[in-house]
Design a protein around this ligand. Structure first.
Ligand code: SAM
Length: 212
């Protein structure tokens, strides 16, 4: 998601009380940031953050962290949080490649990937968020029974993601190629901005849940 660059977005994020500066300083002690021992779930590439903020509203006993690399995009989420003042969510502007510098072993309970950038060229496969390289990073920060949940309408990216599961040493727990018509997997589904846009165009939504 590339919104028009908002002048001063980076500075506004740096000043915002809900965005975490120098996040690596909290490695291994994120529960202190939230002031409780509730599980911590992250969305990598949250965009404007509607999905993760809805989850935070629905589940006050779970802590959430939205991760986004672009300041102008993340700022939209922070503006919404200024209105909502949800106590159980924080935001980090960062590139997901450094996840293991920011979170300690087993610190994260669940990872959400929603409509991740496809990086269609083969030479960029390692940058895809469901790639085996990223699964190895998730492996380091997820707790024992932790899972990754991935949604997309991009069938090529989904086929790639499915192929990456076993070579990375993970297991496919659940899968659907038409989430909105799968009554079991769709139960409690929270739509993301991209999900609403692409499903309204008639694109089926694919989803998997994987674990180690
Ligand atoms: N998850 C949202 C949704 O489903 O509506 C946004 C989807 S948008 C296509 C993908 C978002 O992920 C963009 O905002 C992009 O900047 C962010 N993103 C992609 N790769 C990332 C990375 N390596 N680290 C952090 N954010 C990333």
């Amino acid at each position: 998601m590339r919104l028009r660059n908002i002048p001063g977005a980076r500075e506004k994020i740096a000043e915002n009380e809900w965005s975490i500066k120098d996040p690596e300083k909290n490695k291994g002690r994120w529960n202190e940031v939230f002031g409780n021992d509730n599980p911590i779930r992250i969305e990598v590439g949250m965009g404007k953050g509607r999905f993760i903020m809805t989850l935070a509203q629905e589940n006050p006993d779970v802590n959430y962290i939205g991760i986004e690399k672009y300041s102008s995009v993340m700022l939209r989420g922070l503006q919404k949080q200024e209105e909502l003042q949800l106590p159980n969510i924080r935001f980090i502007r960062m590139e997901a490649e450094v996840l293991t510098e920011v979170f300690g072993k087993g610190e994260i309970d669940r990872i959400y990937l929603n409509f991740s950038d496809p990086w269609p060229k083969d030479r960029h496969a390692k940058r895809r968020l469901p790639s085996r390289e990223f699964l190895h990073r998730y492996d380091e920060i997820l707790k024992k029974d932790g899972v990754v949940e991935f949604k997309t309408d991009n069938t090529d990216l989904f086929a790639f993601a499915l192929e990456e599961v076993e070579p990375a040493g993970w297991h496919l727990d659940k899968v659907t190629h038409d989430l909105h018509n799968d009554p079991v997997m769709n139960e409690g589904n929270v739509m993301t901005e991209y999900e609403e846009k692409f499903s309204s165009m008639g694109n089926p939504i694919c989803k998997y849940i994987v674990s180690r």
